[in-house]
Write a protein that binds this ligand. Structure first.
Ligand code: MG
Ligand code: MG
Length: 269
Protein backbone atom coordinates (compact mmCIF):
# COMPACT_ATOMS: atom_id res chain seq x y z
CA UNK A 1 0.00 0.00 0.00
CA UNK A 2 1.26 3.48 -0.86
CA UNK A 3 1.33 5.90 2.06
CA UNK A 4 0.81 9.45 0.76
CA UNK A 5 2.43 12.13 2.91
CA UNK A 6 0.97 15.31 4.35
CA UNK A 7 2.75 18.64 3.83
CA UNK A 8 4.04 18.42 7.42
CA UNK A 9 5.45 14.96 6.82
CA UNK A 10 7.09 16.12 3.60
CA UNK A 11 8.87 18.88 5.55
CA UNK A 12 10.14 16.30 8.04
CA UNK A 13 11.41 14.16 5.17
CA UNK A 14 13.05 17.25 3.65
CA UNK A 15 14.90 17.76 6.93
CA UNK A 16 16.27 14.19 6.75
CA UNK A 17 17.09 14.67 3.07
CA UNK A 18 19.04 17.89 3.67
CA UNK A 19 21.10 16.13 6.30
CA UNK A 20 21.83 13.35 3.79
CA UNK A 21 22.79 15.94 1.17
CA UNK A 22 25.15 17.70 3.57
CA UNK A 23 26.66 14.36 4.57
CA UNK A 24 27.33 13.61 0.90
CA UNK A 25 28.87 17.09 0.58
CA UNK A 26 31.20 16.16 3.44
CA UNK A 27 32.03 12.97 1.53
CA UNK A 28 32.75 15.12 -1.55
CA UNK A 29 35.25 17.19 0.40
CA UNK A 30 36.96 14.17 2.02
CA UNK A 31 37.08 11.61 -0.76
CA UNK A 32 40.26 11.47 -2.90
CA UNK A 33 42.94 9.00 -3.95
CA UNK A 34 44.81 7.67 -0.90
CA UNK A 35 41.81 7.89 1.45
CA UNK A 36 39.91 4.74 2.48
CA UNK A 37 36.18 4.13 2.34
CA UNK A 38 36.18 3.28 6.04
CA UNK A 39 37.70 6.68 6.91
CA UNK A 40 35.04 8.49 4.87
CA UNK A 41 32.31 6.33 6.39
CA UNK A 42 33.47 7.15 9.93
CA UNK A 43 33.27 10.90 9.22
CA UNK A 44 29.82 10.54 7.65
CA UNK A 45 28.51 8.62 10.67
CA UNK A 46 29.93 11.20 13.09
CA UNK A 47 28.35 14.02 11.08
CA UNK A 48 24.93 12.38 11.06
CA UNK A 49 25.04 11.58 14.80
CA UNK A 50 26.26 15.15 15.57
CA UNK A 51 22.99 16.29 14.00
CA UNK A 52 20.99 14.07 16.37
CA UNK A 53 20.09 11.71 13.55
CA UNK A 54 20.83 8.05 12.90
CA UNK A 55 22.51 6.56 9.85
CA UNK A 56 19.67 5.17 7.72
CA UNK A 57 21.47 2.11 6.42
CA UNK A 58 23.57 0.93 9.39
CA UNK A 59 21.94 -2.22 10.73
CA UNK A 60 19.33 -2.25 7.94
CA UNK A 61 19.04 -5.97 7.14
CA UNK A 62 22.46 -6.25 8.77
CA UNK A 63 24.29 -3.70 6.59
CA UNK A 64 27.40 -2.77 8.60
CA UNK A 65 28.07 0.86 7.62
CA UNK A 66 26.66 4.37 7.27
CA UNK A 67 27.50 4.70 3.58
CA UNK A 68 27.25 2.27 0.71
CA UNK A 69 30.50 2.82 -1.21
CA UNK A 70 30.64 1.04 -4.56
CA UNK A 71 33.90 1.37 -6.50
CA UNK A 72 34.37 0.95 -10.28
CA UNK A 73 32.43 -2.22 -11.22
CA UNK A 74 30.52 -1.81 -7.94
CA UNK A 75 26.95 -0.76 -8.72
CA UNK A 76 25.39 -0.35 -5.26
CA UNK A 77 25.48 -1.75 -1.69
CA UNK A 78 29.29 -1.72 -1.41
CA UNK A 79 30.70 -1.99 2.11
CA UNK A 80 33.36 0.63 2.99
CA UNK A 81 36.81 -1.05 3.17
CA UNK A 82 40.39 -0.31 4.27
CA UNK A 83 41.51 -0.20 0.63
CA UNK A 84 42.70 3.25 -0.44
CA UNK A 85 40.92 4.88 -3.36
CA UNK A 86 43.09 5.20 -6.47
CA UNK A 87 43.48 7.78 -9.18
CA UNK A 88 40.88 6.97 -11.86
CA UNK A 89 38.38 5.28 -9.53
CA UNK A 90 34.68 5.92 -10.01
CA UNK A 91 33.01 5.78 -6.62
CA UNK A 92 29.25 5.68 -6.01
CA UNK A 93 28.26 6.76 -2.52
CA UNK A 94 24.74 6.17 -1.20
CA UNK A 95 23.62 7.66 2.12
CA UNK A 96 20.50 7.50 4.27
CA UNK A 97 19.60 9.29 7.49
CA UNK A 98 16.75 8.93 9.97
CA UNK A 99 15.49 11.74 12.18
CA UNK A 100 12.09 12.80 13.57
CA UNK A 101 10.61 9.50 12.41
CA UNK A 102 11.49 9.83 8.71
CA UNK A 103 14.18 8.69 6.32
CA UNK A 104 16.03 10.58 3.60
CA UNK A 105 18.00 8.82 0.85
CA UNK A 106 20.38 10.08 -1.82
CA UNK A 107 23.36 8.94 -3.89
CA UNK A 108 26.08 10.56 -5.96
CA UNK A 109 28.94 9.18 -8.02
CA UNK A 110 32.42 10.68 -7.74
CA UNK A 111 35.20 10.60 -10.35
CA UNK A 112 38.59 10.52 -8.63
CA UNK A 113 41.62 12.15 -10.23
CA UNK A 114 42.44 11.46 -13.82
CA UNK A 115 39.42 9.54 -15.02
CA UNK A 116 38.65 8.25 -18.51
CA UNK A 117 36.24 10.21 -20.69
CA UNK A 118 33.97 7.24 -21.24
CA UNK A 119 33.35 7.06 -17.49
CA UNK A 120 32.70 10.80 -17.26
CA UNK A 121 30.17 10.44 -20.09
CA UNK A 122 28.51 7.55 -18.27
CA UNK A 123 28.24 9.65 -15.10
CA UNK A 124 26.78 12.63 -16.94
CA UNK A 125 24.18 10.52 -18.70
CA UNK A 126 23.24 8.70 -15.48
CA UNK A 127 22.85 11.99 -13.64
CA UNK A 128 20.81 13.46 -16.49
CA UNK A 129 18.61 10.35 -16.65
CA UNK A 130 17.70 10.98 -13.00
CA UNK A 131 16.34 14.42 -13.92
CA UNK A 132 14.52 12.98 -16.95
CA UNK A 133 12.77 10.68 -14.50
CA UNK A 134 12.01 13.47 -12.04
CA UNK A 135 10.38 15.53 -14.83
CA UNK A 136 7.78 12.78 -15.16
CA UNK A 137 6.93 12.73 -11.45
CA UNK A 138 3.74 14.74 -11.86
CA UNK A 139 0.14 14.32 -10.77
CA UNK A 140 -1.73 12.31 -13.40
CA UNK A 141 1.34 10.55 -14.82
CA UNK A 142 2.17 6.96 -13.89
CA UNK A 143 5.22 5.35 -12.32
CA UNK A 144 5.97 3.77 -15.70
CA UNK A 145 6.44 7.25 -17.19
CA UNK A 146 9.34 7.83 -14.79
CA UNK A 147 10.76 4.39 -15.56
CA UNK A 148 10.45 4.88 -19.30
CA UNK A 149 12.11 8.31 -19.23
CA UNK A 150 15.17 6.97 -17.40
CA UNK A 151 15.51 3.89 -19.58
CA UNK A 152 14.83 5.73 -22.82
CA UNK A 153 17.56 8.28 -22.14
CA UNK A 154 20.25 5.98 -20.71
CA UNK A 155 19.64 2.85 -22.72
CA UNK A 156 17.98 3.76 -26.01
CA UNK A 157 19.64 7.13 -26.59
CA UNK A 158 23.02 6.42 -25.01
CA UNK A 159 23.37 2.62 -25.28
CA UNK A 160 24.30 2.00 -21.67
CA UNK A 161 23.03 -0.89 -19.56
CA UNK A 162 20.23 -0.05 -17.13
CA UNK A 163 20.22 -2.34 -14.11
CA UNK A 164 16.98 -4.28 -13.71
CA UNK A 165 17.47 -6.07 -10.39
CA UNK A 166 17.45 -2.96 -8.19
CA UNK A 167 14.89 -0.18 -8.25
CA UNK A 168 13.87 3.11 -6.67
CA UNK A 169 11.20 3.11 -3.98
CA UNK A 170 8.72 4.93 -1.84
CA UNK A 171 10.26 6.38 1.32
CA UNK A 172 9.02 7.87 4.57
CA UNK A 173 8.68 6.18 7.95
CA UNK A 174 10.38 3.22 6.29
CA UNK A 175 13.48 3.35 4.13
CA UNK A 176 11.81 1.25 1.47
CA UNK A 177 8.08 1.67 0.99
CA UNK A 178 5.70 1.03 -1.89
CA UNK A 179 5.74 1.70 -4.78
CA UNK A 180 8.76 0.28 -6.52
CA UNK A 181 10.21 2.74 -9.03
CA UNK A 182 12.08 0.76 -11.70
CA UNK A 183 14.54 2.45 -14.04
CA UNK A 184 12.99 0.64 -16.98
CA UNK A 185 9.41 0.28 -18.13
CA UNK A 186 6.59 1.33 -20.36
CA UNK A 187 4.95 4.71 -20.67
CA UNK A 188 1.48 5.02 -19.14
CA UNK A 189 1.92 1.87 -17.03
CA UNK A 190 1.99 1.27 -13.29
CA UNK A 191 0.39 3.22 -10.46
CA UNK A 192 -1.04 6.67 -11.07
CA UNK A 193 1.00 9.42 -9.44
CA UNK A 194 -0.84 11.49 -6.85
CA UNK A 195 0.13 14.49 -4.73
CA UNK A 196 1.84 13.41 -1.51
CA UNK A 197 3.77 10.58 -3.14
CA UNK A 198 7.35 10.57 -1.85
CA UNK A 199 9.81 8.40 -3.76
CA UNK A 200 13.51 7.86 -4.26
CA UNK A 201 14.39 7.80 -7.96
CA UNK A 202 17.79 6.18 -8.47
CA UNK A 203 19.11 5.15 -11.88
CA UNK A 204 21.93 2.60 -11.80
CA UNK A 205 23.59 2.64 -15.19
CA UNK A 206 26.43 0.47 -16.48
CA UNK A 207 29.02 1.24 -19.14
CA UNK A 208 28.65 -2.27 -20.58
CA UNK A 209 26.19 -5.04 -19.85
CA UNK A 210 23.17 -4.33 -17.67
CA UNK A 211 23.73 -7.67 -15.98
CA UNK A 212 24.90 -7.67 -12.37
CA UNK A 213 25.88 -10.18 -9.72
CA UNK A 214 26.54 -10.19 -5.98
CA UNK A 215 30.21 -10.05 -4.95
CA UNK A 216 31.75 -12.53 -2.50
CA UNK A 217 31.18 -10.15 0.45
CA UNK A 218 27.47 -11.00 0.09
CA UNK A 219 26.50 -7.33 -0.28
CA UNK A 220 28.18 -5.48 -3.13
CA UNK A 221 26.32 -5.62 -6.44
CA UNK A 222 28.87 -5.58 -9.29
CA UNK A 223 28.62 -5.55 -13.06
CA UNK A 224 28.96 -8.95 -14.67
CA UNK A 225 31.55 -7.68 -17.19
CA UNK A 226 33.43 -5.69 -14.49
CA UNK A 227 32.96 -2.45 -16.41
CA UNK A 228 32.16 0.75 -14.53
CA UNK A 229 28.75 1.72 -13.17
CA UNK A 230 27.21 4.99 -11.95
CA UNK A 231 24.37 5.77 -9.53
CA UNK A 232 22.59 9.03 -8.76
CA UNK A 233 19.58 9.32 -6.48
CA UNK A 234 17.17 11.98 -5.26
CA UNK A 235 14.28 11.71 -2.83
CA UNK A 236 11.37 13.72 -4.25
CA UNK A 237 7.83 14.63 -3.23
CA UNK A 238 5.05 15.05 -5.76
CA UNK A 239 3.14 18.30 -5.25
CA UNK A 240 0.20 19.66 -7.23
CA UNK A 241 2.72 21.86 -9.04
CA UNK A 242 5.17 19.07 -9.91
CA UNK A 243 8.17 17.35 -8.37
CA UNK A 244 9.72 18.89 -5.27
CA UNK A 245 13.29 17.58 -4.96
CA UNK A 246 13.85 17.09 -1.22
CA UNK A 247 17.52 16.11 -1.41
CA UNK A 248 19.89 18.77 -2.74
CA UNK A 249 22.93 17.90 -4.83
CA UNK A 250 24.09 21.52 -5.03
CA UNK A 251 25.81 21.05 -1.65
CA UNK A 252 27.76 18.13 -3.13
CA UNK A 253 28.53 19.94 -6.38
CA UNK A 254 29.86 22.99 -4.48
CA UNK A 255 32.13 20.72 -2.41
CA UNK A 256 33.41 19.04 -5.58
CA UNK A 257 34.38 22.43 -7.02
CA UNK A 258 36.58 22.90 -3.94
CA UNK A 259 38.19 19.45 -4.14
CA UNK A 260 40.76 19.47 -6.96
CA UNK A 261 41.09 15.68 -6.85
CA UNK A 262 37.48 15.12 -7.90
CA UNK A 263 36.33 15.76 -11.45
CA UNK A 264 33.41 18.18 -11.69
CA UNK A 265 31.08 16.41 -14.13
CA UNK A 266 28.68 19.36 -14.12
CA UNK A 267 31.38 21.61 -15.68
CA UNK A 268 31.27 22.10 -19.44
CA UNK A 269 34.24 20.31 -20.98
MG1 MG B 1 20.10 5.38 -1.63
MG1 MG C 1 17.22 4.44 -2.37
Amino acid sequence: MIYYKTDEEIELIRHSCLLVSKTLALVASEIRPGVTGKAVDRKAEEFIRDHKAKPGFKGYRGFPATLCISVNEGVVHGIPTDIEFKDGDVVSVDCGAYINGFFGDSAYTFALGDISNDIVDLMRVTNESLYKGIEQAKVGRRIGDISFAVQNFAEREHKYGVVRELVGHGIGKDLHEAPEVPNFGKRNSGKKIKAGLVIAIEPMVNLGTRKVLTASDGWTIITQDKKASAHFEHTIAVRKTGADILTDHTFIEEAIKNNPEIKDITAKS
